[in-house]
Design a protein around this ligand. Structure first.
Ligand code: GLC
Length: 481
């Protein structure tokens, strides 16, 4: 089978969140399973490194309609060592921007252009996919444009469209005035994208794609509930028959304690001693233990996240003094809402030998925290999948999570058989603190903790299972032809 994976970001080229990890690793797994997989993404010339750009070669160019105008689109390509072909769609006006990859006044137009260009590209390159898997609101117009403009085209007929929701909170919601002028959607087809009086990109894809997937089975259920759905529960309830959830995998080469060069010492299930070295080195790097001091026995909690409310930061804020008083050190890496940035700055000032806070996202430091912390806290209000808890397990770092979305599907509570972490149910700081206390007690029992970290490191969250689920879904769609 030939699969085209359309995403607005993909590792290792451009990333703002978990979508990039998935777009960088699922295609690799599909190729490993014997299928052809190509990724198409915008050519962000200010984000993709110069070194990477040297390997990317120009292929072709054409013009495409955007509303009443015509815009240039260049296609550039490279093939990764894993055999995934990348297509980068170039238009400097839309994608060569200075301040990151999203957040501009014309994002609707930028990604409408991209989505149309994904389909137009197929007339000009030597790759005709059986299935296009589009991701999140930025690519949600791919199935919509396919339906409107290409499904009866001789060359492109019989392509099946899968749409994957990574986070329903971001839908691409705009005024109806964009419909014809910017989005090139004829008025008589407005019903595809219209929702609650607006144009809603994600609703369009849910309406029209052959299948809708999301990134964990629990999240697939949760988004039928208004508490999680940000308004889309009604359309999802309608389209339940074609919706399902597959748990994401992680890139086990990128996150490998036995081989990573970024961490102070390598370790594995068979020889875990290096983790202690990683803990001491990480604490020293973030300024918590003076050089030469031996590793302290205080448990360390790592937090790596965007500092926003739905990641549960209000619970952390609420229980912070109690966590420190219990005897923890806390190492935080992330940026986001000023309320939380200021809070963690203040905590660092209040507890200089217990709290380290690094603003921003530094991939190498993230690995050091995964490897060096004892526990990893993710008290999310909602979490479509979450990758950090799976990455932590791989480094023998025990997750403390709220049982929601993919966190619920990936972490078994310590109290249950085969437990790999500590979970709590209700969104409440007392319940979170209770899970943290249980983790503290378990940590004090060295033998039990050693067994727990071994179980964590044995957990398999590679793509081996989920890639097959995607393939099964694609095969079902192809069999319709
Ligand atoms: C989004 C979700 C996260 C998920 C990731 C990859 O970032 O918020 O939970 O793991 O997408 O699917």
């Amino acid at each position: 089978m030939k699969i085209l994976y359309a995403a607005s970001e993909a590792q290792p080229f451009a990333a703002s969140g978990g979508l990039a990890d998935v777009a960088g690793s699922l295609p690799k797994a599909l190729v490993k399973e014997g299928h052809e997989c190509a990724v198409v993404m915008p050519y962000y010339k200010n984000t993709i490194s110069e070194q990477q750009q040297k390997k990317i070669k120009f292929l072709t160019s054409f013009n495409i309609p955007v509303g009443w105008r015509t815009q240039f689109c260049g296609v550039h390509t490279c093939t990764t060592p894993d055999g995934v072909v990348y297509y980068f769609l170039d238009n400097e006006y839309y994608f060569k921007r200075d301040f990151g990859i999203y957040g501009y006044y014309d994002d609707a137009e930028r990604f409408a252009f991209f989505s149309r260009a994904v389909l137009e590209m197929l007339f000009r390159i030597d790759y005709k996919p059986d299935v296009i898997n589009s991701n999140d609101w930025q690519c949600a117009l791919v199935p919509v444009y396919y339906h409107i403009y290409y499904r009866y085209n001789n060359e492109l007929r019989n392509i099946r469209n899968v749409f994957t929701i990574h986070n329903i909170a971001y839908q691409g919601q705009y005024g109806m005035n964009l419909l014809e002028e910017i989005l090139s959607i004829p008025k008589h087809m407005a019903n595809i994208v219209e929702y609650d009086g607006d144009v809603n990109f994600m609703k369009g894809a849910i309406e029209i794609a052959d299948k809708v997937t999301t990134v964990s089975p629990t999240y697939a259920m949760e988004i039928l509930d208004p508490w999680f759905a940000h308004g889309l529960d009604r359309i999802l309830e309608n389209k339940k028959y074609k919706t399902c959830g597959f748990l994401n995998g992680i890139d086990t080469d990128m996150y490998n304690p036995a081989a990573n060069k970024d961490i102070a010492a390598n370790f594995s299930l068979k020889s875990k001693a290096g983790k202690k070295t990683c803990k001491a080195a990480m604490l020293e790097e973030v300024g918590l233990v003076a050089a030469g001091t031996s590793e302290s026995d205080e448990p360390v909690i790592g937090i790596i996240t965007r500092l926003v409310e739905h990641k549960g930061m209000d619970l952390v804020k609420n229980a912070f003094d109690r966590i420190i008083n219990l005897g923890f050190k806390v190492v935080i890496l992330g940026s986001g809402h000023p309320v939380y940035e200021q809070f963690f700055d203040e905590m660092k000032f209040r507890y200089p030998d217990k709290v380290a806070f690094t603003k921003g996202f530094i991939p190498a430091l993230a690995k050091k925290i995964y490897a060096g912390a004892d526990m990893f806290l993710m008290p999310s209000k909602s979490e479509p999948c979450g990758l950090a808890q799976m990455i932590s397990l791989r480094y023998g770092t025990i997750p403390i999570v709220r049982a929601t979305g993919g966190l619920k599907d990936s972490i078994v509570d310590y109290g249950d058989s085969g437990g790999t972490g500590f979970t709590f149910q209700t969104y409440n700081s007392d319940d979170m603190f209770d899970a943290i206390e249980r983790a503290y007690d378990a940590y004090r029992d060295k033998k039990a903790w050693n067994l727990l970290t071994s179980r964590a490191m044995k957990a398999d969250f590679s793509w081996s299972v989920s890639a097959k689920l995607y393939i099964g879904l694609y095969e079902e769609l192809v069999s319709w032809n």
